[in-house]
Design a protein around this ligand. Structure first.
Ligand code: SF4
Length: 307
């Protein structure tokens, strides 16, 4: 396992920055705007200051559809996924989503988006990936990872999938969502009449937390720079947050995932929907129908009917 040190990572980012500046100075004019927008992403390895982000429910005039099989699990004393879905719809008609307190990690301002041709997106993602490969902002994760897990998929994807963090299989392969949860996600992708290659997949963290523990707020904040870089370059129309870690960190909310389902939020120009993580579905198979309900509703907002 080779781990670059912090100075080397910073030198690499400085080199990329200098290369981009040089391109701009040499008169590659159609790059100039893009360079200007990209440079802040590479300017500093420090965590960007976080601010509360206003998110907005957008479903009162576009209510989620309820699937025919959406009866939910038997009453266990806790609301079922379907009940939570309905409760969330009702709650957001009258109340704003609880916002993260100032300074809460994850409540960052959306990045400036880039509108690059495909070849430039590929180049910029490759450069960002090199920076990530040398990142040691989270000392424990950098020490214990096999490799960083940057992200995969279509650099021009309309839909970005956002998960939590790499697990053991992802740490071993360098590819997000390849373990059992990834196989379940593949099934969901196929059921949605999509292929993996059509979407872009990444996580809140790019390094595996030891023992698959939850990312700490500090780690999520450290990795936000890379996530925002990927969002800026891919510039998706939609982001699906798989699980509460993704939803809470992207949107800067403290709401439970069950209350975030069935609503569209905004992150920059992207519309964001939230549902359960495939790992949760492995532990709780009855919730699969809730995710299918979410997918049918989400694609319905795009005018695509799933059966
Ligand atoms: S999790 Fe992200 S910020 Fe932390 S060391 Fe890995 S790449 Fe760097």
């Amino acid at each position: 396992m080779t781990i670059d040190n912090g100075d080397a990572g910073q030198r690499l980012c400085r080199a990329i920055r200098q290369e981009l500046e040089s391109l701009g100075r040499s008169g590659v004019t159609h790059w100039n705007t893009e360079i200007t927008q990209l440079l802040p992403l590479l300017a500093s390895p420090a965590v960007a200051p976080v601010e509360p982000t206003r998110i907005q429910a957008a479903t009162s005039e576009n209510p989620p559809r309820t699937g025919p099989n959406n009866t939910g699990p038997k009453n266990t004393g806790h609301p079922s996924g379907a009940q939570e879905f309905e409760m969330a719809k009702r709650a957001t008609k009258t109340a704003a989503i609880q916002m993260a307190a100032p300074g809460t990690v994850g409540a960052a301002t959306p990045p400036k988006l880039l509108d690059l041709p495909l070849a430039d997106r590929v180049k910029q993602l490759e450069k960002l990936q090199k920076c990530v490969a040398g990142c040691v902002k989270c000392p424990e994760l950098a020490r214990t990872r096999t490799q960083t897990v940057f992200g995969v998929g279509n650099p021009q994807a309309k839909i970005m999938f956002l998960g939590e963090a790499p697990g053991a299989d992802e740490d071993a392969t360098g590819v997000p969502f390849v373990g059992k949860a990834g196989q379940l996600l593949d099934g969901i992708i196929a059921a949605c009449k999509l292929q993996r290659e059509e979407i872009y997949i990444c996580n809140i963290l790019r390094c595996r937390p030891p023992g698959n523990r939850l990312p700490s707020p500090e780690e999520a904040g450290n990795c936000r720079e890379w996530l925002d870089g990927q969002i800026a370059i891919v510039n998706p129309d939609y982001i699906i947050c798989w699980g509460s870690t993704a939803a809470k960190n992207l949107l800067g909310t403290t709401e439970a995932i069950g209350k975030l389902r069935g609503q569209l939020f905004e992150y920059g120009r992207a519309k964001v929907c939230c549902t359960y993580h495939p790992s949760y579905l492995l532990r709780n198979p009855p919730a699969k129908k809730d995710v299918w309900q979410d997918m049918k509703w989400f694609f319905g907002t795009m005018g695509v009917e799933l059966k």
